[in-house]
Design a protein around this ligand. Structure first.
Ligand code: AMP
Ligand code: FE
Ligand code: FE
Ligand code: ZN
Length: 289
C-alpha cells in the first residue's frame, strides 16, 4: 500500500479567527502561521465553518497547508465541553442545523448577559456589536472587548477574570448538545472528533471521564493533550485514557490572535497522528500548497 506523504510540520491543529473569537481575519491568521514557521494549521472557529474559504485562498500565497475544522460547543450539565471537528462536510444537514441553533443561543445569551451587566455598568449591546465581525459566532470574548473599549476592563483576560467570570453573577450558559450527540453529528458529517483541552480542571472533566467509553463507541478519535490549559495531573489521566481506549493524542495552541496569550505553534501534533486523522475523514480534504 502506498502511503500518502505526511503534511508539513510543525502542525498546529487549533486556532481561531474573527469568524469567531480570534482577533485576525482567516487570511491574516494564515499569514501569521507562515510567519510562525508552521507547515500545517487547522482553522477551528467556534460553531462555524464560515472562515474556510478565505483561509483556503491564502494557502498558495502563504505555503501553509490548511486542515479545515471547527470547535463545536457541547455541554455537560452547566459546563461547556469543546469538541474539535476536523474535515467535516460543511453542508452536512444535521451538524449544520445544530451549529445554527448553537449560534442563535449564543447570541441570545450574550444579549441577556449584556442586559444584566448594563444594570451595573455603562455598557450596551451596541458596544458588543461594534466589536463583532458581522455573522461571527458571538461569545464572552466580544463582551470582553466591549468592556475594554468602555474602559471597564484593561484586557480581555482581565474581563474574563472579573465581570465575565461565573462568580461575578452575570454569567449565563447557552444551549449546546451533549458530547455524545456532538461525536455522532461530527462523524455523520464525515468529520473526525477530538476533545479540546479536556483536562483544565473544569467541572465537566470528571463527568467526561465517565462517558468516554460511550464517546469512543460513537467514534471519538482523540484527545487534545498538549494544550496550555491542561493540568499536569489531567494530562496523566488523558494519557491513561488514550492507552485504555486507543485514542490519538494531539497538541495545539488554541491561538486567538491578540485575544489570548497563546502563541501559534506553542504545542504541536505528530505528523503520523495527522495522517491517521486524515485517513479517518470523509467530509472534506486538507488544502495543500
Ligand atoms: P464563551 O464560550 O462565550 O463562554 O467564552 C469562552 C471562550 O472565550 C473560550 O472559547 C475561550 O477560548 C475564549 N477566550 C478568548 N479570549 C480569552 C481570554 N483572554 N481569556 C479567557 N477566555 C478567552
Ligand atoms: Fe475561543
Ligand atoms: Fe475551547
Ligand atoms: Zn478554541
Amino acid at each position: 500500500m502506498s502511503r500518502v506523504r505526511s503534511l508539513p510540520a510543525p502542525i498546529d491543529l487549533h486556532t481561531h479567527s474573527r469568524v469567531s473569537d480570534g482577533t485576525e481575519t482567516p487570511a491574516e491568521l494564515m499569514a501569521a502561521a507562515a510567519e510562525a514557521g508552521l507547515g500545517t494549521v487547522a482553522l477551528t472557529d467556534h460553531d462555524t465553518t464560515a472562515g474556510w474559504v478565505e483561509a483556503a485562498a491564502a494557502v498558495p500565497t502563504t505555503g501553509v497547508a490548511l486542515i479545515p475544522g471547527m470547535e463545536l460547543s457541547t455541554r455537560v450539565d452547566w459546563s461547556s465541553v469543546h469538541m474539535l471537528a476536523y474535515l467535516i462536510d460543511p453542508e452536512a444537514p444535521g451538524l449544520l442545523a445544530e451549529t445554527q441553533r448553537i449560534r442563535e443561543a449564543r447570541l441570545h445569551r450574550a444579549e441577556e448577559m449584556v442586559a444584566s451587566i448594563a444594570r451595573d455598568y455603562d455598557i450596551g449591546w451596541e458596544d458588543v456589536v461594534a466589536q463583532t465581525e458581522p455573522g461571527a459566532t458571538v461569545g464572552r470574548p466580544h463582551i470582553a472587548d466591549a468592556l475594554v473599549a468602555r474602559g471597564l476592563a484593561r484586557t480581555r483576560s482581565d474581563a474574563f477574570a472579573g465581570i465575565l467570570h461565573w462568580r461575578a453573577g452575570y454569567y449565563q450558559p447557552h444551549y449546546a448538545p451533549s458530547p455524545l450527540l456532538g461525536v455522532q453529528l461530527v462523524r455523520a458529517a464525515g468529520g473526525v472528533p477530538v476533545l479540546a483541552h479536556p483536562a483544565t480542571r473544569s467541572r465537566a472533566d470528571i463527568a467526561l471521564s465517565s462517558m468516554i467509553g460511550d464517546l469512543v463507541d460513537a467514534g471519538l478519535f482523540g484527545l487534545e493533550i498538549d494544550h496550555r490549559e491542561n493540568t499536569p495531573e489531567g494530562r496523566e489521566r488523558l494519557l491513561a485514557l488514550s492507552k485504555r481506549y486507543g485514542l490519538a493524542l494531539t497538541g495545539s495552541s488554541d491561538y486567538h490572535g491578540s485575544g489570548k496569550p497563546n502563541r501559534l505553534g506553542e504545542n504541536t501534533t505528530d505528523p503520523a497522528v495527522l495522517d491517521t486523522l486524515i485517513e479517518s475523514a470523509t467530509g472534506s480534504a486538507p488544502v495543500l500548497p
